[in-house]
Design a protein around this ligand. Sequence first.
Ligand SMILES: [Zn+2]
Length: 229
Amino acid sequence: MAPGPSGLTPVYTHRAKSAEKVVALTFDADMTADQGPRAASGEHFDNPELIATLRRLKVDATVFMTGRWAEEYPDQAKSIGNDPRFEIANHSYSHYAFATPCYGLPTVAGPDQAADVQRAFDSFRDAGAVNVVPYFRFPGGCYDDAALRALAPVGVTAVQWDVVSGDAFAKDADAVAEQVLDGVKPGSLVVMHCTRSAAPVTERAIRRIVPELRARGYRFVKVSELMSH
Ligand SMILES: [Zn+2]
């Protein structure tokens, strides 16, 4: 999308009034810049079972990856970013907040925000990811006009969502699945997570969501296809 009036980064949420039963599942691969020690002590910020299940079920999807995640899991970033089923979008390098308040996340100062996003793109390239798209999801979904203005030179489209899966810190896969199944409409964009640490039931929820939406006639698309209308 082209920059909007007054030089603000454009914001996309979903395909409105879609005549076609399409839905975009998006997965945030979260890891903050200060979580290296936790990963080193055995915490799993990745979710290879989830990626394997998406492949097995032949579900196209968009992964909003932090640069720090790509540094921690370069082989997975490369594999996801070379599989035509997936595209990698940008979820910042640090996963710090671009506007406050934002769930208590540390903050990236305005003058450093564009560089933080660019650094994530650099991490994807360093990992060998190829299918990288110019979309950006604000950490926590938190943004304001100042952040939209700060990122305008980077040339990304900010991507939010119209369906919250509620998978963050969820323990009940069926509750997550039902929230998604209740919320999806033609053209919806769903936010989920690709990190076992903070979203442990997402893979199980996907095993129920995918067949049920297909039975209703839905087709799974990447954000780039959803946006191409
Ligand atoms: Zn996130």
